[in-house]
Design a protein. Structure first.
Length: 185
């Protein structure tokens, strides 16, 4: 990535529900200096966003076309400046696959919670890319200061479940994404 842009990779299991939702929500709100992509630990390669999640995104005014699920690769992990997984287990898989990513890999909800604890006045007032770049070491330094359970960090997997479970998952995602956007814009 060039100095003026910043890359985020979102990771879930199949790359058809949670990670594409986070990808599309962050990309539509963080502007041109931040690129966001997604992949799955067991990606359903080539599949579109699952229809119940796509419906929730469209209702939020988010474009869902031109999406094809991918399987996460070592190169994707090397290239991403921030990796946001949907569960602690997926975070573990990412770090196991590319150990150098440990300080820049968080669950989505963990990153939002820790970012909310950072003194944002020390971040540059320039672009979201520069704010993100400066925030990561500060967020990483907050890790471990509060005891949390997996329920606090994991986004529920709605795949092949009821619309209510999709709505619950989407609410967890949008809550965390809103915190990130509000702290970086």
């Amino acid at each position: 990535m060039s100095e003026g842009t910043f890359s985020i990779l979102t990771v879930c299991t199949g790359n058809v529900c949670r990670s594409p939702a986070v990808e599309r929500l962050l990309a539509s709100n963080l502007g041109p200096t931040v690129t966001v992509s997604s992949a799955g630990t067991h990606g359903l390669v080539g599949h579109p966003i699952s229809e119940p999640m796509a419906d929730l995104l469209r209702a939020d005014g988010i474009e869902t076309n031109k999406f094809a699920a991918r399987r996460v690769s070592e190169q994707m992990l090397k290239d991403a400046e921030l990796i946001l997984s949907m569960t602690r287990a997926q975070r573990g898989l990412v770090v196991e696959r590319w150990p150098a990513a440990v300080r820049r890999t968080f669950t989505l909800r963990e990153f939002a919670r820790l970012l909310d604890r950072v003194d944002l006045s020390v971040l540059p007032t320039s672009s979201p890319a520069e704010r993100l770049r400066a925030a990561i070491p500060l967020v990483a330094a907050q890790r471990g200061r509060l005891r949390t359970s997996p329920d606090d960090d994991d986004v529920i997997d709605p795949f092949r479940r009821s619309n209510d479970v999709y709505a619950q998952s989407f609410a967890q995602i949008t809550s965390a994404v809103d915190v990130i956007i509000n702290n970086l814009r």
